[in-house]
Write a protein that binds this ligand. Structure first.
Ligand SMILES: [Fe+2]
Length: 376
C-alpha cells in the first residue's frame, strides 16, 4: 500500500482507498484500476495523494476486504445525510429506514467477522460528517463485538454511532471545515454539538429503539474519563459505557482521516497518540479496540529488528505484531532470498517504525523496488 502524490499516479494502478465526494456517492471505489480521467479529476479537486495497492499495475494486487460491503457503507452514508437533512429542514426523521441501515451494517460485520479494520477512506467537501458517522458506527460495533454485547445492544451502539454528531447540523459547514484558527464564537458553536444532538434526539428520535441511550451517547461522546472533556466535564464513572465506546471510535476515525486542517495519521501513529493521552479514554476498552484494527495494514512497510519488511498478514488480537516478508537488511540492501516471519512470538518492540508518506516514496525510489511485489 503506497500513498502516492496525485501527480505521480499512473493509469492501471489499483486504488486502495475509496473517495467519497458527496452524501452516498463514491467518487472512486477501492479495488478499481485508475483511469487517466480519474487522475485528472483528482488533480482538479485538489487531493494531494491517494493510496494504491502497488505502483506496478502488473502486480494486480487487490486491497484487503472491508468489514462492511461498499454498497452497505454508501447506503448508510446516504441515510445519515437524509436523516440530518430531514431533521434540519422538515423537522422529522425516518426511524424505520435508519434502523434498517443499522441492521444491515451489523449483519455485514457478523458475516465478515474475520476482517480487520483497514485503511480509511478519503472524504471530500460535505461528505465528511456523514462518512465519519458511518465509520464511527462500524468501529463502535467492532468494539462492542469484542466486548461480547448482545445483538439488541449492538443495534443501540450502531444507531448511537450514526447519530452521535447529529448536533453538527447547527454548525455551519465553513466552520467545520475551517483551516485557520477558530474564533471564540465558532469554537463555542462546535462545543455545543453534543448538547444539541441530545436535544434533537429527544425531539425527533423517540421512535428509535432505546432513544434515551442514543441521546446520552450524543451528549457524552466528547467527555473524558478524567473529567477534562466537554460539555459537562463528567468523569468516567458518570459516563455510559456506550458513550465510552463511541468516544474511542470517534477519536480514532478523526485521527486517521485527512481534514482540511490536518493530515491523516497512520493507524499505528493514531494508536500511539490515543495511548499517550491517558485520562481521556477507557484504557481497557482502548486496548480491545486495537485488537480489531490493522495497526500495520497489509502492504505497510516496517523497519524491524530483522530488517525491512512488508506486512503480508494481520490477525485479530495480534495486530501489534503482524506477519511480514523481509526483503532488505538493515543496511537497506535488497535480499536475494526474502523470507517471511510471523512476529506474533516477538515483542512489539521488534518493530522500530513504519515507513510511510514521503519517506516511503524516497525509500522505494532509492531501492528501485516496489515492496508490494512481495504481496503478489
Ligand atoms: Fe462530535
Amino acid at each position: 500500500m503506497l500513498s502516492i502524490p496525485v501527480k505521480k499516479l499512473r493509469e492501471g494502478m489499483v486504488v486502495a482507498q475509496s473517495v467519497y465526494s458527496k452524501a452516498g456517492a463514491a467518487f472512486l471505489v477501492k479495488g478499481k484500476p485508475l483511469t487517466a480521467q480519474y487522475i485528472k479529476s483528482l488533480e482538479k479537486i485538489g487531493i494531494p495523494s491517494l493510496s494504491v495497492t502497488s505502483t506496478d499495475p502488473r502486480f494486480n494486487i487487490l486491497p484487503p476486504e472491508d468489514v462492511v460491503e461498499e454498497k452497505t457503507r454508501l447506503d448508510a452514508i446516504q441515510k445519515v445525510h437524509d436523516v440530518f437533512k430531514d431533521i434540519s429542514e422538515k423537522k422529522e426523521m425516518d426511524p424505520v429506514g435508519l434502523t434498517a441501515v443499522a441492521d444491515k451494517l451489523i449483519s455485514d460485520i457478523f458475516a465478515r467477522h474475520e476482517n480487520l479494520i483497514q485503511l480509511t477512506d478519503i472524504r471530500l467537501y460535505d461528505a465528511y460528517t456523514f462518512a465519519h458517522s458511518v465509520n464511527v458506527a462500524v468501529l463502535s460495533a467492532m468494539l462492542g463485538k469484542v466486548e461480547g454485547i448482545s445483538e439488541a445492544d449492538m443495534r443501540i451502539l450502531v444507531l448511537g454511532g450514526l447519530l452521535h454528531d447529529l448536533g453538527k447540523i447547527k454548525v455551519p459547514i465553513q466552520v467545520l471545515n475551517k483551516t485557520g484558527k477558530l474564533t471564540a464564537q465558532e469554537f463555542e458553536a462546535i462545543k455545543a454539538h453534543p448538547t444539541e444532538g441530545f436535544r434533537r434526539i429527544h425531539e425527533f428520535g423517540k421512535m428509535l429503539p432505546k432513544w434515551e441511550i442514543l441521546a446520552i451517547i450524543a451528549a457524552q461522546h466528547h467527555e473524558h474519563m478524567d473529567g477534562s472533556g466537554y460539555p459537562k466535564g463528567l468523569r468516567g464513572d458518570q459516563l455510559h459505557r456506550f458513550a465510552k465506546i463511541v468516544a474511542i471510535a470517534d477519536v480514532y476515525d478523526a485521527l486517521t482521516s485527512e481534514r482540511p486542517y490536518k493530515k491523516a495519521y497512520t493507524p499505528s501513529v493514531a494508536y500511539g497518540i490515543m495511548r499517550t493521552n491517558t485520562g481521556h479514554l477507557e484504557p481497557e476498552l482502548l486496548e480491545h479496540f486495537f485488537d480489531n484494527v490493522a495497526l500495520y495494514p497489509i502492504g505497510a512497510v516496517l523497519k524491524t529488528f530483522y530488517g525491512y519488511g512488508i506486512v503480508t498478514k494481520c490477525e485479530f488480537g495480534h495486530t501489534r505484531t503482524p506477519t511480514i516478508r523481509v526483503f532488505a537488511n538493515k543496511k537497506r540492501e535488497v535480499l536475494t532470498s526474502p523470507f517471511t516471519i510471523d512476529l506474533k512470538n516477538d515483542s512489539p518492540h521488534v518493530i522500530e517504525k513504519e515507513i510511510s508518506g514521503n519517506e516511503l516514496m524516497q525509500f522505494t525510489h532509492n531501492l528501485s523496488l516496489d515492496p508490494s511485489k512481495y504481496l503478489a
